[in-house]
Ligand binder design. Structure first.
Ligand code: KG4
Ligand code: ZN
Length: 336
């Protein structure tokens, strides 16, 4: 089965084809980072307009490159939400038009399910598992007995992990999104200089809170000499990353232990973080848990993960009608 995937939930326009016969995904991303960088965050109206300009040419390039016609496809999968409504609508309308034109089944996909199933693009998933979803808008622990079945265990009480990276990066004058910059600079920093807190780490609930950490970083930065020295910035990055990763890994393993699952997974943009991947890998080995880090390309927003999710929906016989709507927010629900 060959499924076309379309992802336009935020600031990246992405299209992909997943072929279940080969297990291979072809994925294209048109980044809007330069467009939004100037504003220090994503401007929704600009994102929608850029999707509108980029999406169809991107589909065209992908199909040409893969030597495929629309008629060669077996279905179309598209992110229906959560995300920026205007941005989502561009993807959804395009997906509907393509599905209608080529008489293909359509599957609307929850963005978070896409992030989770990005793991299936790397290797076959071992289930049941506890999945830690960490992106720009989400920080959630999910118990996953099978593909299509998701039980939310808990999540952040305030900021998402990605926001903790991005907002503190902004305080240090780093470009948007700040996560990858903090990841890079933390390598050059010394550990433990500022003794940042590990919010809720000792709390047994599957809950996170990152807004206090952001305040703690702001106070640390206000005490440093201006302009900020490279050395100081790297030390803050190191401490901050260590604090966030300690909490994320600690909570993931606590839930894996409580639920006695054989596997853990990471999903979402923050899953590209080098230190988080290393920590979870080492912790999984120590506990005898299965863990394979998802390919970094498939951690941040991409359409290959949406095509993969679409494949599972369509293969199970689930499809949407052409009047399916987009949604700004909604919890990930089981569909199987
Ligand atoms: O999943 P994603 O691409 O978009 C959302 O659905 O939100 O996640 C984007 C988030 C941003 O907050 C970005 O800073 C963060 O993922 N991120 C990282 C890294 N790469 C991306 N955070 C830490 N380390 C990274 N290497
Ligand atoms: Zn995402």
């Amino acid at each position: 089965m060959k499924v076309l995937g379309i992802e336009t939930s935020c600031d990246d326009t992405s299209v992909a084809v997943y072929d279940s016969a080969t297990g291979r995904a072809a994925n294209l991303i048109s980044s809007q980072v330069d467009l939004h960088d100037h504003f220090g965050g994503v401007v929704p109206e600009l994102a929608s307009r850029a999707h509108l300009v980029n999406l169809l040419p991107l589909v065209d390039v992908l199909l040409r490159r893969e030597k495929l016609a629309l008629e060669d496809l077996d279905g179309v999968a598209v992110t229906a939400g959560p995300g920026l409504i205007g941005a989502l609508l561009v993807g959804l309308s395009t997906a509907k038009a393509l599905a209608l034109a080529a008489d293909l089944p359509l599957a609307g996909i929850h963005h978070i399910e896409g992030h989770i199933l990005a793991n299936a693009l790397t290797a076959e998933m071992v289930l049941p598992a506890v999945v830690l979803v960490v992106s720009g808008g989400h920080t959630e622990l999910i118990h996953m007995p099978a593909i299509g079945r998701y039980e939310r265990l808990g999540g952040t009480l305030d900021d998402a992990a990605g926001e903790a990276f991005d907002k503190t990066a902004k305080l240090m004058g780093l470009p948007y999104p700040g996560g990858p910059h903090i990841d890079r600079l933390a390598h050059q920093g010394a550990p433990g200089r500022f003794k940042l807190p590990r919010p809720l780490l000792k709390d047994p609930r599957p809950a996170f809170s990152f807004s206090g950490l952001k305040t703690a970083v702001r106070l640390v930065i206000e005490d440093l000499p201006r302009p900020l020295a490279d050395r100081d910035i790297s030390d803050v990055c190191r401490d901050l990353q260590d604090a966030i990763v300690d909490v994320l890994a600690g909570k993931l393993f606590a839930q894996a232990e409580r639920l006695q699952v054989p596997a853990v997974y990471l999903a979402g943009g923050v899953a590209a973080n080098g230190w988080l991947r290393e920590r979870v890998q080492a912790g999984a080995v120590r506990r005898g848990l299965h863990f394979v880090p998802p390919r970094p390309l498939y951690c941040t927003d991409n359409a290959a993960m949406i095509a993969m999710a679409g494949y599972h929906h369509l293969a199970a016989g689930r499809r949407d009608s052409l009047d399916i709507d987009s949604f700004a927010r909604a919890p990930l629900a089981s569909w199987l």
